[in-house]
Design a protein around this ligand. Sequence first.
Ligand SMILES: Cc1cc2nc3c(=O)[nH]c(=O)nc-3n(C[C@H](O)[C@H](O)[C@H](O)COP(=O)(O)OP(=O)(O)OC[C@H]3O[C@@H](n4cnc5c(N)ncnc54)[C@H](O)[C@@H]3O)c2cc1C
Length: 715
Amino acid sequence: MLVKDDLTTSCQLRQTIRDFYRIDEEQVIEHILPLAEVGVTARSRAWERARQMVLNIRKAEDGKGGVDALLNEYSLSSEEGVVLMCLAEALLRVPDRKTQDSLIRDKLSKGEWSQHLGNSDSLFVNASSWGLLVTGKMVNYSDKTKTQQFGVLKRTIGRLGEPVIRSSVHYAMKIMGKQFVMGTNIDEAIERAKDTETKGYVYSYDMLGEGARTMADAQRYYDSYLKAIHALGKAAKGKGPVKSAGISVKLSAIHPRYEFTHSERVKTELVPRLKALALAAKEYDIGFTVDAEEADRLDISLDIIETVFSDPDLGDWQGFGLAVQAYQKRAIFVIEWLEALARRVGRKMMVRLVKGAYWDTEIKTTQVDGLDDFPVFTRKATTDVCYKACAIKLMAARDVIFPQFATHNAYTVATILELAKDNNQGYEFQRLHGMGESLYDQVVLNDKVQCRVYAPVGQHEDLLAYLVRRLLENGANSSFVNAIVDDTKPVEELLPDPVEKLQDLRNKRNMNITMPIAIYGEERDNSKGMDLTDINQLMPLKENLDAWVKDNIKSANAAQAELVAVLNPANHSELVGHLKYHSAEDMQYIVSRAESAFADWSKTPITERANLLRRTADILERHRDELIAICIKEAGKLTQDSIDEVREAVDFCRYYAARAEELAQDERMEPRGPILCISPWNFPLAIFLGQVAASANAFSLGTSSVLTRSLWVNS
Ligand SMILES: Cc1cc2nc3c(=O)[nH]c(=O)nc-3n(C[C@H](O)[C@H](O)[C@H](O)COP(=O)(O)OP(=O)(O)OC[C@H]3O[C@@H](n4cnc5c(N)ncnc54)[C@H](O)[C@@H]3O)c2cc1C
């Protein structure tokens, strides 16, 4: 009976997690804000502790000025910072030197590098500014000489300059890579860790590589995890998962189709792989953590984790863990679900609480995909509040969960230390290699709480995604690590209390972050997308598609002999409709209809025509599921491609409505006459409608093509 109750709770929590995926932000805040409230006294104690820590960090870091100072000087709010970021990212990806040189030439010529000279106390920063200034100037110089064909000597300097610039930028990238990466292989990393371990730190290694595109890639990453587990296991000498170095695994690295839409394949192929790695870690009794990745992977990751964690083969091993991102609106329920899972299975679990490293991506993809709302909070203070609420829950569940608090924010650390009160047992902190050293030197020494260092290991070519996340984190001015190296910022400014801040805000949602529907501003609404990783959206869509198929798809045997049968290209036994080729007379009739309609249409006021296009867009959206079904059955498209096709058609209508009104101001524009549109087979709806909408916009007529197409779909 007890087991059944636990299962019911788990199922309900999973449903709540789904309901909160992209819920209105205010509703989550209403739920989590009271959970994060600990009272004014505890808050001010944490604040004072954090203030002291910040002062100590500044003292310890004074004059060091490494990569963090460079990233501070070239933060992402400056144009030069963005240029550097683009360069860093792109140079890791561009394989050939010629393109690398063009890229450097293009990027470095843009910045105002001289403005940064002398801004920082750090020699490293100034030397870099100087280097960038010189190379930027050199690029401009050589460009000028080329266009003006001016002097062999100058041209030579220009040409000589490029390889030099390329090498120095690569060298700078290498320095950054070294800052964030522990070693090129696991043995090198274990060796390099020894010094830090003597100070009371432990490690969790991350074998670089994620987002495998092929099975071969996935196998390579899997092998490197397994090799690392054996190496770490031997070095652990049975110290157990808390005291020995462990491993962090990205599910996207060990399967190329780790996606919600491939759930079945993931269950049969990825689950056994994860279990095999977990069992290897269990053999040596070391820690094994599944990293958290993009929000659209969360639901499927919980299925995978539940299956592997519940497996009796894991015995009484307490090293299995996962990361939870507090910036996700559903984080608090994920924590509750994990606690319920650990209690149900009867085995302790490790839970690493992070704020989340994919914030920019989550915001941007939600906007581009036209989804209802974001899966993450839009204010940093809300993420901090949620982190605190989750931390309180984790601390209270220490009998079944070993909490691991991963943060570089002194206030967050101080808050956790206050939450732990006198019981500094049964949890640890975590930091990334190359970050947060001075903060945790204090915690390990004074508070005697263990800190684990997350240390990436791997080759230059696998570094890109990780490096970009670190550069974003270090370069963002909302980030604690960015603010702390800026001496001009008073300590107090670094430590706003998130609970107080959020309570005081009238608009809890950040109005500066444009909602997906509004990304085109006043001009037009963005077309509505659909999240196929959201079961709450997926189930009604499936019902509608099934109903459409039941009503419209016939057996191929029912094809009418006098017409051309349109069969589902993926299943020739399904008859989608019929096609009739026009005779010469039909065409003449159609053209004459178009010509006679043209006279009226060309006199129709532009606003009326534009509104007609807008209405068309709205009607398309209302009939979205039906159109998706047609795209799937008639054109053999995947569901996501079909959604995109309908969206594109909607966008075309709204876009050309806006253009038509804009062009109407131009007196030179005049009606051009009927236009024939031919739809390509692979975009039967979007490009066809795009052509028609564009021709209607060009003050002419697309009626003839509408007729041609409608025969196909509706017969
Ligand atoms: C050991 C370790 C392991 C990690 N593993 C993972 C992992 O598996 N998955 C993962 O995603 N990340 C992981 N991270 C990265 C982690 O998410 C970031 O380092 C972390 O978010 C930075 O938080 P902070 O407390 O150090 O800094 P802070 O400066 O206090 O917080 C910065 C964070 O606040 C959030 N934020 C910023 N602006 C906004 C905004 N406008 N609205 C809402 N939220 C905002 C973002 O999450 C941002 O990263 C890990 C970090 C560590 C230290």
